[in-house]
Design a protein around this ligand. Sequence first.
Ligand code: PHE
Ligand code: FE
Length: 285
Amino acid sequence: DDFLATVAEKSDGAKLRGDYSKIDAQYVVAQDWDAYTPEQHALWRRLYQRQAKLIPGRACDVYIESLERLDIGDGIPNFEQTTEKLLQATGWQLVAVPGLVPDQVFFEHLANRRFPVTVWLRDPEEFDYIVEPDVFHDFFGHVPLLFNPIFADHMQEYGKGGLKALGLDGLGMLARLYWYTVEFGLIESPEGLRVYGAGILSSGGEIEYCLSNPAPRRIPFDVERVMRTLYKIDSYQETYFVIRDFKQLFDDTAPDFTPMYARLQSQEPLPANSLLAGETNLSNK
Ligand code: PHE
Ligand code: FE
């Protein structure tokens, strides 16, 4: 299982793993695709093959279609080639970064339809477990959904919302929203629940667990409920929130969050395993 430091949690850059010596003002570096070794491409293929087997019947349709279109099974993808495809599809670009970047930088990239992708790949010993997002998580987990127009627009709005939240002390709440949607979100489909969260899609174990294990709560998505809820960073999630479709995600996050931030700041957050009175747990259906 992956332990993914979120963008909202990471800090000063102090103990981060990447090489930050060549960043520009937006923390962007050259991907330097030619510098990846044959061993690294081989490790990518192993990660890809393990994960691609788990995708059918578990990932949402949009993800599956985009993954095919991306054609990234042969080795670590070249970001420039993907950017060409993405620009045509939804106007997004990939930018290479050394690893986690400061909140404001991250939000500015998203607000301008640029998705930051970490350049380094985990070591073979880290096949199942990484302490920071690497190129496999960032690319395999996040990039396919950027081909969906509504999700792509949502990500840009999230970036703009992040910049706004910086001045409203709302970052902690926005981080929970990101965690329970973009990283660990589930979505309804006519055939049952499916995964769209990148943290799950890039995880060898949680992709099965989140759909089949009876233990975790699966609760219909509600923005305010999500922003009040703490999350686990070192184990599988105790709660998953389920959206009906990407339009719901876009529409429900569109209202001005300013009053909600103010209201939630005066409340204690809920533990990750809460189930409130009157709330539906889809796991029991
Ligand atoms: N609507 C939010 C606000 O006004 C911004 C936002 C949009 C946040 C989309 C997250 C996702 O602050
Ligand atoms: Fe991520």
